[in-house]
Structure formats: C-alpha cells, structure tokens
Design a protein around this ligand. Structure first.
Ligand SMILES: Nc1ncnc2c1ncn2[C@@H]1O[C@H](COP(=O)(O)OP(=O)(O)OP(=O)(O)O)[C@@H](O)[C@H]1O
Length: 208
C-alpha cells in the first residue's frame, strides 16, 4: 500500500510538532523516521496509521491505482509500539488465536509456527502479565510482522531487546518485512540500518 502525505502537520494545543510533510511511502519500500526523543516520530507514525488525525494537510492510501477508504485502512495496517498494550490476562496461545480472528496470518502461519518463531514454546500457556519486557516486545513484533497487512509500522522495535533479541528482530524483519511498506521509527541505527530511505522529522519543524 502506498501512503501519500500532502502538507501534513500536527500540533498539540498551540505547539506544532511538525508541519509541511510532503512524502510518499511506496509499496515494497522500507523507511526510517528519525529524530531525537520527543521530536514527533510516534506522533507521525500514528498519523500514518490513521489513528491520529493531522492538524493540517491530507493523507491518502492507495493499493495500486485504487484508493483505500479510510475506514478500511486499519485492516491493511499492523503496528508494534511501546505504547500499545498486550492483553495481559491472555496466555500467548490465547493472544495469538484472538489476534488472528481479526487479521489474517501471513503465509497461512499457524499459532504453533508463530510460537516456534518466537522461541517461546515453553511459555505458550503462561499469561502475558508474567512475560519479561523482552518477551513482550518479541510478541508485539511477531503480531505485527506475521499479520497479512501491506503496511507495517514499527516504533522503537528493539526496545527492551538484548543482543540475541535484536538479532532475532533483524532476522524476522528480513524474513517478513519484504514486499510490504515498512516504516521504522528510531534513533538507534541498528534498528533501521536495512531501510531503503530515511525521513528526518527535524526537517519539518516550524521555524519561527
Ligand atoms: N497527546 C498529547 N498531548 C500533548 N502533547 C503530546 C501528546 N502526544 C505527544 N505530545 C508531544 O509531542 C511531542 C512529540 O512526541 P512523540 O512521542 O511523537 O516523540 P518521539 O519522537 O516519538 O519521542 P521518543 O523518541 O521519546 O519516543 C512531544 O513534545 C510530546 O510531549
């Protein structure tokens, strides 16, 4: 799916976080949105996801030559982000079964295969509230990358991951991120060094 931003801006109260973003995120390409803490990366990602309305400008979604209706966009988007919570009462198996009632799994992956991909076979019956922060982060990334969506948004994908977890992230993003529109928000280069394009949020700060 292509995402076309035209003169996009967002403010909170009287503070403009960014403005004047003209950018097309093209299908099959990977992008890094870069900027220091508090610069507006997550805000832009939520605008792209369609979960936050822009304060100015327009956003359009296209599948080939066909516009995607804003109400249908969510079916084509998966997102992993620190501020999105997992359902803590569910076990891993229950969470995956629940999630894939709403989104199709990529390549007809089964719950068992995804648990194996996560390397969490021994924790499949454990409630998520007892998962470590790294185990939760792996789970979020697997939910996003293993869903059959054409737009994948990853905010700080390596947060809470140790070296082995980071290697696992690189592996899974290499395996499942291809051929989709992939956008990574980050300020650590090892999280996005494979991306084809970069967009610096600081280029869109209001100058006054
Ligand atoms: N709901 C909100 N109401 C008011 N201000 C907000 C709101 N959400 C974000 N902001 C402000 O917008 C700015 C950008 O925040 P954002 O979380 O997008 O930055 P970020 O680049 O993702 O930061 P980080 O790297 O720390 O995650 C910050 O100044 C933040 O305080």
């Amino acid at each position: 799916m292509d995402v076309i931003l035209s003169n996009i801006g967002r403010r909170f109260n009287r503070e403009w976080i960014f403005e004047g973003i003209d950018h097309t995120f093209e299908s099959g390409q990977s992008y890094a949105i870069l900027g220091h803490n508090g610069s507006g990366k997550s805000t832009l990602l939520q605008v792209i996801a369609g979960s936050l309305t822009p304060s100015s400008g327009t956003i359009a979604y296209m599948q080939g030559d066909t516009p995607v209706d804003i109400e249908s966009v969510y079916q084509n988007v998966s997102i992993a982000a620190p501020y999105l919570e997992l359902i803590e009462e569910f076990s891993l198996t229950e969470l995956l079964d629940f999630h894939f009632r709403f989104k199709r799994p990529l390549d007809q992956l089964t719950t068992k295969q995804i648990i194996s991909l996560l390397g969490l076979e021994r924790s499949s019956s454990k409630p998520l509230k007892y998962f470590s922060s790294g185990m939760k982060q792996r789970t979020k990334l697997a939910l996003a990358l293993c869903s059959d969506t054409s737009l994948v948004l990853l905010d700080e994908p390596a947060s809470n991951l140790d070296m082995a977890g980071t290697a696992w992230y690189k592996d899974i993003v290499g395996q499942f991120g291809k051929g989709r529109t992939l956008i990574v928000c980050s300020n650590q280069d090892f999280e996005y060094d494979f991306c084809d394009h970069q967009l610096k949020i600081t280029d869109y700060k209001k100058t006054q």
